[in-house]
Design a protein around this ligand. Structure first.
Ligand code: NDP
Length: 294
C-alpha cells in the first residue's frame, strides 16, 4: 500500500489565494486593509528567514506588513512600550512577536501584554481559554493548519480516534482542543505516556508534534490511518549539509498509512498561511464582522 501524500504546499497556496480574495472584499466593502506587525528582536538567522516569508505572504494577500526589527540588547521595557503602541494602532490588526526572545526578556510577560484581539499567534491565555470553552478565539497557526490538512482527507472528523503526541501550549494542547471541537475522541500522549506505540496504533488520525527525528515508525501506525507530521528536525545530510525530517519515519509511513504529510512541504507551509488567515480573522473581529469564509 502506498499512502496518499498530503500536499501542504499546494493546499496552503490555495488557502492563501482564498484569504487574498476575502481580504480584497473586506477592503472594498468596509475600507479595512488587514495589517500585521511582526516584531523580531536580535538576528537569529532561522527567525529572520521565517519573518521574511511571513511579511511576503502578508503583502501577497493584499494586506499591510509592518516589520519591527530591534537589536538583540533591547530591554524588556522598550519591547513592552512597542507592544503598547501596536496595541493602540488601529491600522495594526495582528501582532506577532517572533520567538525565541533574548534572555533578558520574559517571553510570557511580553506575549501576555499583546491585546488578545490582535494575538494572531493565539498564545495569550485569553485565547487559550476561549478555545477551550468553545468561544470565538484566535487559535495557534500550526494546529489550525494541521486540522485543515486532516480535513482534506476526511471532511468530517466526527467520531474518529485522534492521538496527538506532544502537549506543548503552542501545538499539542490547542491541537487537541480543535480536534475535540471536531468531535474526535482525543488522546494526548507525551514523554510519560506508557506503551506509546500501542496508543498510536489505535489512532485513525495520528498527529506527531514531538521534535524527535523519525520517532514514529511504520509499525506504530494503524493501517489506513491519516498521519500529520508536525515535527521539523534538522539532521546531518549528505556532504556535511543538514536536511529536514519530521517526527515520523516518512518512508515507513508511506507503506502503512492511508495518507501522510511530507516534511518539508506538509504542515510548515500551512503555518504561514494560517498567520495571514488569523490576521484576516482579527481584522474582521475588530470591525464586529462575522468570521470570514475562506
Ligand atoms: P515542545 O518541545 O514544546 O514539546 C514537545 C512535546 O513532545 C512535549 O509535550 C513532550 O512531552 C513530548 N515528547 C518529547 N519526547 C517524547 C517522547 N519520547 N515520547 C512522547 N512524547 C515526547 O515542542 P513543540 O510543541 O514546540 O514542537 C514540536 C515539534 O513541532 C518540533 O519538531 C517543532 O520543530 C515542530 N513545530 C513545527 C511547526 C511547523 O510550522 N511545522 C511549528 C511549531 C513547531 P513532555 O510534555 O512530557 O515533555
Amino acid at each position: 500500500m502506498t499512502a496518499t501524500i498530503i500536499d501542504g504546499k499546494a493546499i496552503a497556496q490555495e488557502l492563501r489565494g482564498n484569504i487574498a480574495k476575502a481580504a480584497a472584499a473586506l477592503t472594498k466593502e468596509h475600507g479595512i486593509v488587514p495589517g500585521l506587525a511582526v516584531v523580531l528582536v536580535g538576528n537569529d538567522p532561522a527567525s529572520e528567514v521565517y519573518v521574511k516569508s511571513k511579511s511576503k505572504a502578508v503583502t501577497e494577500a493584499g494586506m499591510k506588513s509592518f516589520d519591527h526589527k530591534l537589536p538583540a540588547d533591547t530591554s524588556q521595557a522598550d519591547l513592552l512600550k512597542l507592544i503598547e503602541r501596536l496595541n493602540a494602532d488601529k491600522s495594526v490588526h495582528g501582532i506577532l512577536v517572533q520567538l525565541p526572545l533574548p534572555s533578558q526578556i520574559d517571553s510570557t510577560l511580553v506575549l501576555n501584554s499583546i491585546d488578545p484581539g490582535k494575538d494572531v499567534d493565539g498564545f495569550h491565555p485569553v485565547n487559550a481559554g476561549r478555545l477551550a470553552t468553545g468561544q470565538r478565539a484566535l487559535v495557534p497557526c500550526t494546529p489550525v493548519g494541521s486540522v485543515i490538512l486532516a480535513k482534506k482527507i476526511h471532511p468530517s472528523l466526527s467520531g474518529m480516534d485522534a492521538v496527538v503526541i506532544g502537549r506543548s501550549n503552542i501545538v499539542g494542547k490547542p491541537l487537541a482542543q480543535l480536534l475535540l471541537a471536531e468531535n474526535c475522541t482525543v488522546t494526548i500522549a507525551h514523554s510519560k505516556t506508557k506503551d506509546l506505540k500501542d496508543v498510536c496504533r489505535r489512532a485513525d488520525l495520528l498527529f506527531a508534534a514531538v521534535g524527535r527525528p523519525e520517532m514514529v515508525r511504520g509499525d506504530w501506525i494503524k493501517p489506513g490511518a491519516t498521519v500529520i507530521d508536525v515535527g521539523i528536525n534538522r539532521v546531518p545530510g549528505e556532504g556535511g549539509k543538514t536536511r529536514l525530517v519530521g517526527d515520523v519515519n516518512y518512508k515507513e509511513a508511506l507503506e502503512v498509512a492511508g495518507a501522510v504529510t511530507p516534511v518539508p512541504g506538509g504542515v510548515g507551509p500551512m503555518t504561514i498561511a494560517c498567520v495571514i488567515l488569523n490576521t484576516l480573522r482579527a481584522a474582521c473581529a475588530s470591525a464586529g464582522l462575522p468570521e470570514p469564509k475562506v
